[in-house]
Write a protein that binds this ligand. Structure first.
Ligand code: NAP
Length: 313
């Protein structure tokens, strides 16, 4: 990578894309194009082709797409399948057509089978069915990964696929319809503190274990892998440690300063018991996460308070 490289970051108004733009700028890359979806609709093949013809990016970070949880997947299966298929395909094909040097596609750990060994190695991909509640989103993601692999095999195009664990940090969503578990807990504990509640109930037994990586660590990994990774196999990027949901809730209670009790709402489902990525390969290449969970939670909580609009639906 060279500081003058023309770089296209898709999804740059989102949490991950904006973190990648920040990481690139911090590392001295100044030639970045990053239109919002209102400026460039990536589902529109003609718009995408024109954009690539005009800008001819040399490097592409491709994380744009419809992102949502189980509820949204059930409600809007067409958006998660058809729109994402278009967004992934249009960009990958156009990048190859204009002879971009390299493309990094952002996958998702949700396409690993629920039955995968823990920590999950990259080789677990396609060894079993993935979470049925995410089947539309997951099918599109898998197709994006396979398209990158197909371009590499058939045309030698340097397209790589990175598999992040759950990410959190500035730019996250704190509205309860959309938020993932970590931002949802930050918000709920914050509101319980303001409301001087005696207790706060978290879903399930609190026993499942999850992994959370700060998005700025992920963004640095993405830039690092753009420089140093070139292979057909996907590569995992995570924090390398998981935490029990009850432990996470205790940590967030302490960060927020809520003094009430934590209750367990055992009528709610737990989901899979554990989800931890094996990040040995990324570590062996020389990348490691830097932001400890507590520190990341503190800065994310501050960011949420400074950006109250992110709590609205
Ligand atoms: N967040 C996580 O924990 C996590 C974990 C694993 C993988 N990932 C992956 O990381 C990527 C980014 O996730 P995120 O959390 O940053 O999501 P996000 O905040 O919702 O950002 C999604 C981005 O995609 C853009 N986009 C959506 N539809 C578009 C369209 N038709 N044309 C152009 N742009 C469009 C959005 O643009 P507008 O805002 O302008 O609409 C936004 O910038 C996704 O591929 C996701 O699967 C995320």
């Amino acid at each position: 990578m060279h500081p003058s490289d023309r770089i296209f970051v898709t999804g740059s108004t989102g949490m991950v894309g904006s973190a990648i733009v920040r990481a690139l700028q911090m590392q001295g890359f100044g030639n970045i194009v990053c239109p919002s979806s209102s400026e460039l609709d990536l589902t529109d093949t003609i718009q995408v082709e024109r954009f690539f013809d005009e800008h001819r990016p040399q490097l592409v970070f491709h994380g744009a797409g419809k992102v949502g949880g189980i509820y949204a997947n059930q409600q809007y299966p067409v958006d998660y399948l058809a729109d994402n298929l278009e967004i992934y395909t249009n960009v990958i094909k156009a990048a190859f057509r204009v002879k971009a040097r390299k493309l990094l596609f952002i996958g998702s750990s949700c396409v690993y089978p629920n039955s995968a060994p823990q920590p999950i190695p990259e080789a677990a991909l396609l060894t079993g069915p993935f979470e049925p509640a995410l089947e539309f989103f997951g099918t599109a993601k898998l197709a994006g990964i396979k398209l990158c692999q197909a371009y590499r095999r058939q045309h030698g195009f340097d397209a790589i696929c990175v598999m992040p664990s759950s990410l959190y940090g500035p730019g996250d969503y704190f509205d309860l319809e959309r938020a993932h578990v970590l931002p949802a807990l930050l918000r709920r504990f914050h509101e319980a503190k303001l409301g001087e509640k005696q207790s706060l109930a978290i879903w399930g037994s609190g026993e499942p274990r999850r992994e959370f990586l700060h998005v700025d660590d992920f963004a640095k990994a993405a830039v690092f892998l753009m420089r140093y990774y070139s292979d057909e196999q996907v590569i995992n990027v995570g924090y390398g440690e998981d935490i029990q949901i009850l432990e996470l809730a205790r940590l967030i209670r302490s960060v927020v300063g809520f003094e009430g009790e934590i209750e367990l709402d055992r009528t709610r489902p737990d989901g899979v018991r554990q989800k931890l990525l094996d990040i040995t390969r990324a570590r062996e290449l020389g990348w490691a996460p830097r932001i400890p969970l507590r520190e990341g939670l503190e800065s994310t909580y501050r960011w949420m308070l400074e950006n109250p609009e992110t709590m609205r639906s």
